[in-house]
Design a protein around this ligand. Structure first.
Ligand code: PMT
Length: 402
C-alpha cells in the first residue's frame, strides 16, 4: 500500500515567534505516521529549544553545518538524502529571501539548496513584512522555482497588529502535507459518501438519533479528495466543518438523505455508506411539541426507513458499493451477513461501542476475496488505508490503472 506513513521529511524551523507552533506541527506530522527530522536555524534556537523538538520527534535535532554526528561532516547533503520533502515552518521573511536568492550560509539554507526533494514553505511574519514588495517578489520567485507555499493566514499577530502573515495552524499544515504526499489513486473518480447520523423527529423539538459524530465519514471524504477523487458528501447533523473541495449537502432525516443520494446516484462511480442511518422513523411526527399529560405512558409508532445502501446496490448499473457495519458483538460474522444480504462489494466492519464518536478506529474489510484487518489508528489513517483498498477493487473492476 503506497502509504504516507512511510514518508520521511526534514522540518526546518526558522526564527519567528511562530517557532513554538512548529512543535505542534511536529506532533501532527508524527500523528499521521510521518517521520520527522528537525533542523533549526540559530534564530529559531533563541525562541524554542532543540530539546523540545528532540523530545517530540525522538531524534537529535541538528542546527550546525559542522555537527560531528553527521557522517563525513556532510550535513548539508546527508540530512536531506532519501527524504520525501523539506518543510520550513515557520519560514521567516529573512529565510524566504535567502531561499529566493539561493543563499546557503547555515545548515538549513544549505540543505534546501542541496536538496533533491520537494520544498514546502509556511511563511510567518508581520503583515507589513508580508506586504513588502521585496517579500512579494521573493514569494513569486519561489513559486516559479516550484516551491509549494502554505499560507500565510490572516489574524492577530504577535506584534499586536492584525493582518496577513500568521503561520497556518498545525491542524491545517499537516493535512496539506498529507495531501501533497497522497498517491492519486482515484484521480477523477466520482465518489459519493454518506456520513454522520440521521435524525428522525418525534415532534417539533424532539427526535431519535444516534451517537455518530461523522468523524469516520468526513475522514474518508478527505482521504478520497487527497487521492484525487471528486467527492460528494451527504451529511447528517454533525458539528464538523465541510471538507474543503467536497460538494457537501447537509440533511437531517433518512428520507432527506435518501433523496440526496438518489439525486447523485447516476453520477457516482463509487458509493460509500458510512452514515449510521436510522432503521426506523416515527410514524406521523407531531407538528407541535407534545405536551406532558397525566398519562404515564406515551407510545411511539415506528415504521421502517428505506435501506439506502441496498437500493444503491440493486440499481441496474450500480457503482462500486461500500457499506459499513457497526456491531456490538460477532462483528465480522454479522457484517459479512449484511454484505451478502445487501449485495455490496465491500463491507467495513467495526465494533460499535469503540468506533462511534471516537477519534480512532479498528476495522475489518470483508469482500469476496476474504478478510483484511486494519489496525487501530486515527480515523484519518484508517480512511487512507481504506481508500487504497477501495481503489484496488475499483481498479480491478474497471481494469483502470491507478
Ligand atoms: O461517525 P463516527 O462517530 O465517526 O462513527 C462511525 C460509525 C461507527 C458510525 C461508522 O464507522 C459505521 O460503522 N457506520 C455504519 C453504522 C451502522 O451500523 O450501519 P448499519 O449496520 O445500520 O447499516 C449497514 C450499512 O447500511 C451502512 O453502510 C449504512 O449506511 C447502510 N444503511 C443502513 C440502514 C438504512 N436504512 N440505510 C442504509 O443505507
Amino acid at each position: 500500500m503506497a502509504d504516507i506513513a512511510r514518508k520521511q521529511i526534514v522540518l526546518g524551523v526558522t526564527g519567528g515567534i511562530a517557532a513554538y507552533k512548529a512543535a505542534e506541527v511536529t506532533r501532527e506530522l508524527l500523528r499521521h505516521g510521518i517521520d520527522v527530522q528537525v533542523v533549526m536555524t540559530e534564530a529559531a534556537r533563541g525562541l524554542v529549544t532543540p530539546a523540545t523538538f528532540q523530545a517530540l520527534s525522538g531524534k537529535p535535532v541538528f542546527t550546525d553545518m559542522w555537527d560531528p554526528r553527521v557522517p563525513d561532516n556532510m550535513g548539508h547533503i546527508e540530512l536531506s538524502r532519501g527524504k520525501d520533502a523539506i518543510i520550513v515552518a515557520p519560514a521567516s521573511a529573512d529565510f524566504i529571501a535567502k531561499l529566493a536568492n539561493g543563499l546557503a550560509d547555515d545548515l538549513l539554507s544549505t540543505l534546501c539548496l542541496a536538496r533533491e526533494c520537494p520544498l514546502i514553505v509556511a511563511p510567518a511574519m508581520n503583515r507589513q513584512m508580508w506586504d513588502n514588495p521585496a517579500t512579494r517578489r521573493n514569494i513569486e520567485r519561489l513559486l516559479r522555482d516550484g516551491v509549494a507555499i502554505l499560507g500565510p493566514a490572516s489574524g492577530d499577530q504577535a506584534c499586536g497588529e492584525f493582518g496577513m502573515g500568521r503561520m497556518l495552524e498545525a491542524q491545517a499544515i499537516a493535512p496539506a502535507i498529507t495531501t501533497f504526499f497522497a498517491p492519486k489513486l482515484l484521480r477523477g473518480v466520482r465518489v459519493l459518501i454518506t456520513a454522520g447520523p440521521t435524525f428522525e423527529p418525534i415532534d417539533t423539538v424532539r427526535g431519535i438519533t444516534n451517537r455518530s459524530s461523522g468523524k469516520m465519514g468526513y475522514a474518508i471524504a478527505r482521504a478520497a479528495l487527497d487521492a484525487g477523487a471528486k467527492v460528494t458528501l451527504i451529511s447528517g447533523p454533525v458539528s464538523l466543518a465541510a471538507p474543503a473541495g467536497a460538494e457537501t449537502t447537509r440533511v437531517e432525516t433518512t428520507a432527506q438523505m435518501f433523496e440526496a443520494v438518489k439525486r447523485n446516484a447516476s453520477r457516482a462511480d463509487i458509493y460509500i455508506g458510512v452514515a449510521a442511518v436510522a432503521d426506523y422513523r416515527v410514524d406521523n411526527p407531531r407538528r407541535h411539541k407534545i405536551k406532558k399529560t397525566d398519562r404515564n405512558q406515551l407510545s411511539l409508532r415506528l415504521v421502517p426507513n428505506p435501506d439506502i445502501l441496498a437500493w444503491m446496490a440493486a440499481r441496474p448499473r450500480p457503482p462500486l458499493c461500500v457499506g459499513f457495519a457497526a456491531e456490538s458483538r460477532n462483528v465480522d460474522a454479522h457484517a459479512d451477513e449484511k454484505r451478502r444480504r445487501k449485495k455490496v462489494h465491500l463491507m467495513v466492519a467495526n465494533l460499535a461501542q469503540e468506533a462511534i464518536g471516537a477519534d480512532d478506529n479498528e476495522v475489518t474489510l470483508l469482500d469476496n476475496r476474504g478478510k483484511h484487518r486494519l489496525e487501530r489508528a486515527p480515523k484519518d489513517v484508517v480512511a487512507r488505508q481504506l481508500i487504497a483498498h477501495i481503489a484496488k477493487l475499483y481498479g480491478s473492476r474497471t481494469k483502470r490503472k491507478p
